[in-house]
Design a binder for this molecule. Structure first.
Ligand code: PEP
Ligand code: MN
Length: 364
């Protein structure tokens, strides 16, 4: 099913208009110095289209830092005046939207918790009806494509045509290597449903740790996404929210320079070389292998706890021999060499024994 949205282009403000839209800045506005320092450093990278900062922070548990509020909008205005960078912030209700527009914020984004709630999205849409702002709609926290599309439609029907989606991953109950499961297929399905709608990836909230941000950013570009929103802080160690996933401005610049940026000549859009397609498939398979390995290790820890409680031996030789025998035969039937499967299993088994031994030796 195709969805018709009335769209107009979003400016990317970069030297080369073929580059993806790059939105960067701290998770939260914390002080005027932090905002200006981060913004100046980002500006120096020449790879930022919009400066972002959270003014009101939706926190999972009460008592965490909930944002500086209206004063942060004054700092945003200062950033824009001093650095010339256009600005972006999250809005979760009509009052936020009214204030952000009053302070001249250029881009508003609807956060993942808000886009899951049609009442709040409609309230924001009614408040900004006809305003010349750009709006980005993050995917809802739950993996529901229709809810995401519904939120985009509500904003679009309020006359907002500079509109894009942000893919920031989805909550998952199971343990995954990422803070939010990317579920790339949902973003791809959105692209197929609304081919004209730009999709910007937020690798920071998918990754949850800074080391994995470049991996996700590259994957997003390989999937032909139109931009990135990345959390950057001038001193992530003291950040009041999302400290583990924010990059230093210099690391952000390095990441962007190292990315294989897609060429967007209209003729090439949507076409991937055969090699790229194979690599994407390999990446997706590797994601799955990593997730399963992590789940297996978590189970080993569980077993370790059980053995400890019941005073059982860590190494149970007969069980290990059975695993080796079965899996090598299984591998052989699937066209994999005995030596390879054995080596792989030995590595996994060794790690699993080590984890269990660590648990056994933990002081109560
Ligand atoms: C954010 O961008 O800082 C944020 C709170 O994002 P999300 O709504 O994706 O959790
Ligand atoms: Mn954040």
């Amino acid at each position: 099913m195709k969805i018709d949205l009335n769209l107009s282009p979003i400016e990317n403000h970069l030297e080369n208009p073929n580059w993806p839209i790059l939105i960067a800045g701290p998770c939260s506005a914390e002080s005027e110095e932090q905002m200006l320092d981060t913004a100046y450093r980002l500006k120096a990278s020449k790879r930022v289209s919009y400066f972002r900062a959270g003014i009101w922070k939706p926190r999972t548990r009460p008592g965490s830092f909930e944002g500086v509020g209206e004063i942060g909008l004054e700092w945003m205005r200062t950033v824009k005046r001093e650095t010339g960078l256009p600005t972006a912030c999250e809005v979760a209700n009509a009052e936020h939207a009214r204030l952000a527009i009053e302070y001249g914020v250029d881009v508003l984004w609807v956060g993942a918790r808000t886009s899951a709630n049609p009442f709040s999205v409609q309230e924001i849409a009614d408040c900004i009806r006809g305003c010349p702002v750009t709006v980005l709609v993050k995917n809802p926290v739950n993996p529901d494509l229709q809810l995401w599309i519904g939120a985009l439609e509500r904003i679009n029907r309020a006359g907002i045509t500079r509109l894009a989606a942000i893919h920031r991953g989805f909550s998952a109950y199971e343990k995954t290597p990422f803070r939010n499961a990317p579920l790339w297929n949902i973003a791809i399905e959105l692209k197929t449903t609304c081919p004209e709608l730009p999709i910007i990836c937020d690798p920071s909230h998918i990754a949850g740790v800074r080391e994995l941000v470049p991996l996700i950013a590259q994957k997003a570009l390989d999937l032909d996404m139109h931009g990135l929103m990345v959390e950057v802080h001038d001193n992530p160690a003291v950040a009041k929210s999302d400290a583990a996933q924010q990059l230093l401005p210099a690391d952000y610049a390095r990441m962007i320079y190292d990315l294989r940026l897609r060429e967007v000549s209209p003729a090439k859009t949507g076409t991937l070389s055969r090699l790229d397609a194979y690599r994407q498939e390999i990446d997706t398979l590797d994601d799955g292998i990593m997730q399963q390995l992590a789940q297996r290790m978590e189970l080993s820890r569980e077993i370790g706890r059980y053995k400890k409680e019941n005073n059982l031996m860590v190494l149970q030789l007969s069980r290990w021999e059975e695993i080796l025998h079965n899996r090598v035969a299984m591998g052989r039937a699937m066209g994999m060499g005995d030596g390879f499967v054995k080596k792989f299993l030995e590595l996994v088994h060794e790690e699993s024994i080590n984890l269990q031994a660590e648990i056994m030796n933990e002081k109560p």
